[in-house]
Ligand binder design. Structure first.
Ligand code: UFG
Length: 329
């Protein structure tokens, strides 16, 4: 019996596929390779290139493989792009999930863990954010992820599917042995963009706003290591396989760091001065996002290993300095 990782050639998907392989699981990876990389998929996993919007492709996977459970990362995930091209997000994130669920129901595959996001909350009423807090997305990406959660709920009512939605905060870092890491094109996330300065690909880092109501005026985020996210997916899948109920979990470290603090830590890790410039605020950025992950710790037994920002940035730096062009190196 096997675990199907959809979007397993992407950043969080590939780290999860590797964690599953390392845990001795039989792993099947499917990815359309639009944003993912074939080289990121572990050698031990069986790979299928295809798109979950293609019903015949999904049916083929469930017919050829004995799938126990699905971990679903196959979606677009750029907040900015979702605001300029929302229909792409409806078509891929919601449309793809609809086709996938149709195929799962038709083949009697009834368990799914999937990537949701802190963006489902929008501007939080308070921090740390609890899973029961209001979900009012401020961007189309978060809206489609929230809609995917709701789609799963109603499919569960009608067809008995069971699901876990994992709401990640700021995913970062890389496999500590430097074998896989983050590679987006274009890169927009704070830590890899900062590391492009010591990596010689950019001269300075732009700080998007220093007039937020935070101690140093820059936005505060909860940075969670990708390997800790990977472990949470395995725990969530095992929770479903041992008859756990439908559920939603936040995944973060519960500690916030400002943009300036992250830059300062990156200076220490890399030994580079990392010059900065302050630009106006980026549209749609909440001042502070910090998770309460007590529910995941209690119900799933999740224990994040990478709680220290220095170590988290060190793993990212170990990857980026040896792979300045990502998987093209
Ligand atoms: N930032 C900069 N300069 C940069 C890049 C980012 O100052 O060059 C700032 C942003 O304004 C923000 C912080 O760094 O305040 C973190 O930005 P990221 O783009 O790294 O991450 P976000 O918090 O915007 O987004 C992340 C995930 C999304 C998810 C969202 C939830 O990447 O997928 O959290 O709110 F939807």
């Amino acid at each position: 019996m096997s675990i199907l990782v959809l979007g397993g050639a992407g950043y969080i998907g590939s780290h999860t596929a590797l964690a599953l392989v390392n845990a001795g699981r039989d792993v099947v990876v499917a990815d359309n390779l639009e944003t993912g990389f074939r080289k990121a998929v572990p050698e031990m996993a069986r790979f299928y290139k295809g798109d979950i919007r293609d019903r015949a492709f999904c049916d083929g996977l469930f017919e050829r493989e004995q799938i126990d459970g699905v971990i679903h990362f196959a979606a677009n995930s750029q907040v900015g792009e979702s605001m300029t091209n929302p229909l792409k997000y409806y078509a891929n994130n919601m449309g793809g999930t609809r086709v996938l669920l149709e195929s799962m129901v038709a083949h009697g595959v009834g368990k799914i863990v999937f990537s949701s996001t802190a963006a489902t909350y929008g501007e939080p009423e308070r921090v740390p954010i609890l899973e029961t807090d209001a979900t009012v997305p401020t961007n189309c990406y978060g809206e489609t992820k929230l809609s995917m959660e709701k789609m799963m709920k109603w499919i569960s009512v009608a067809h008995g599917l069971r699901y876990v939605a994992l709401r990640y905060f700021n995913a970062c870092g890389a496999q500590p042995d430097g074998s896989i890491g983050e590679a987006h094109n274009p890169e927009t996330h704070l830590i890899p963009v900062i590391l492009q300065v010591p990596g010689g690909q950019r001269e300075k880092i732009s700080i998007f706003g220093d007039d937020y109501p935070t101690p140093d005026g820059t936005c505060i985020r909860d940075y969670i290591h990708v390997c800790d996210l990977a472990q949470a997916h395995i725990l969530a899948l095992d929770y479903l396989l041992s008859s756990g109920e439908n559920n939603v979990f936040n995944l973060g470290n519960g500690v916030g760091f400002s943009v300036k603090e992250v830059i300062e830590e990156a200076r220490k890790v890399t030994g580079h001065a990392i010059p900065t410039e302050v630009l106006p605020r980026r549209a749609g950025d909440p001042a502070q996002l910090i998770a309460s992950s007590e529910k995941a710790k209690t119900l799933l037994g999740w224990k994040p290993e990478f709680e220290d920002l220095h170590t988290i940035i060190q793993t990212a730096w170990d990857w980026h300095k040896t792979h300045p062009r990502g998987f093209e190196d």
